[in-house]
Design a protein around this ligand. Structure first.
Ligand SMILES: Cc1cc2nc3c(=O)[nH]c(=O)nc-3n(C[C@H](O)[C@H](O)[C@H](O)COP(=O)(O)OP(=O)(O)OC[C@H]3O[C@@H](n4cnc5c(N)ncnc54)[C@H](O)[C@@H]3O)c2cc1C
Length: 285
């Protein structure tokens, strides 16, 4: 894959390298009544310098978006806060960003990464859940997720974002077959409708979204629909226009390669990749 092709894709999925790019795209997303979830790209840090830079950028981002009177969430990766360096250090960093965001009235998501750090990620989340304003991602490719949802939804203030999962793991811990991952998504979604109060259905899968809309007629929960920028913008705009709560994941930053490879892998077959490349982004997003 040449660098040029990667850049064409990353332009579709990523706001651009700077905070100014994130602000510009966040404004555009918000003009469709969709709340942006802004993520500063970067992961798997093994030195503190990168972690500390990340924290400074998140704080600057919060100040800048607030100054622009934008409604937005942020989403953090444990491995960009130092979980691979030291768990205590990561926990202190997470709390520092959460406290800063909370004072500004900003909701903070925790992304879920590799299966080896799921326990650490859930422990981070549980530490801050009592004070509100935080949410966590749970992945349906992991066999443990039903248990994780049970333990999280018992807690006051629990907010879960359900995804299929952008990583892979051995068959002892994960479903590797796409149909099984989807089947588990349906099971976990039903569990959320039955036991959760507030959650996000984060997928581009139209069948899952239709099912969620039907379930919500019965359960009447506080449900938000979320998509990644640049995959099915027009569909999310349609959901927003029909009065549903919607959010769009908006990454920005220089470190676009890992994120773009995950999206390319998901596009799956060549026709989707070519279609993504040739179609203009929906309604200018
Ligand atoms: C808001 C949000 C936050 C997320 N956060 C996390 C996280 O913290 N951790 C994590 O592991 N994963 C996260 N993900 C990614 C998620 O796990 C999936 O990898 C991703 O959403 C693709 O799965 P899908 O549910 O859309 O279903 P899929 O079965 O992959 O896709 C459904 C349909 O959507 C379309 N589509 C999907 N991807 C593409 C693409 N790249 N290009 C073109 N068309 C495509 C296709 O039409 C496809 O048939 C997040 C996703 C969203 C929407």
């Amino acid at each position: 894959m040449s660098g040029t092709i990667e850049r064409v894709f990353s332009g579709r999925w990523i706001a651009g390298p700077s905070i100014a790019d994130a602000v510009r795209e966040a404004k555009r997303i918000q003009s469709y009544q969709i709340v942006p979830i802004v993520n500063y790209l970067g992961e798997a840090y093994k030195e503190k310098k990168s972690v500390e830079r990340t924290i400074r950028i998140y704080m600057k981002l919060i100040d800048t978006l607030k100054r622009n009177r934008l409604e937005f969430n942020i989403s953090l990766k444990p491995s960009q806060l130092g979980v691979l360096i030291d768990k205590g250090y990561c926990s202190a960093n997470y709390s520092k960003v959460v406290r800063y965001a909370r004072r500004a009235g900003i909701f903070v998501w925790l992304d879920m990464e590799e299966s080896s750090i799921v326990d650490d990620t859930i422990a981070l989340y549980k530490k801050e859940i009592g004070n509100g304003g935080v949410g966590i991602c749970i992945q349906s490719y992991l066999k443990r997720s039903a248990g994780d949802i049970t333990s999280i939804t018992k807690l006051d203030g629990a907010v879960i974002r359900l995804v299929k999962g952008a990583y892979s793991a051995g068959t002892d811990t994960a479903y590797n077959d796409r149909d099984k991952v989807t089947a588990n998504y349906y099971r976990l979604m039903l569990q959320l409708f039955k036991n959760g109060k507030k959650f996000t259905i984060a997928t581009h899968d139209a069948k899952i979204i239709s099912r969620a809309l039907a379930l919500n007629k019965r359960y009447k929960r506080d449900v938000t629909f979320a998509m990644l920028r640049g995959i099915r913008n027009d569909y999310l705009i349609k959901l927003a226009k029909s009065g549903h709560k919607t959010t769009m994941y908006l990454p920005f930053g220089e470190e676009w390669i890992s994120y773009s490879y995950r999206r390319l892998r998901e596009a799956g077959h060549l026709s989707l990749i070519i279609r993504s490349l040739l179609e203009p982004s929906a309604e200018g997003l």
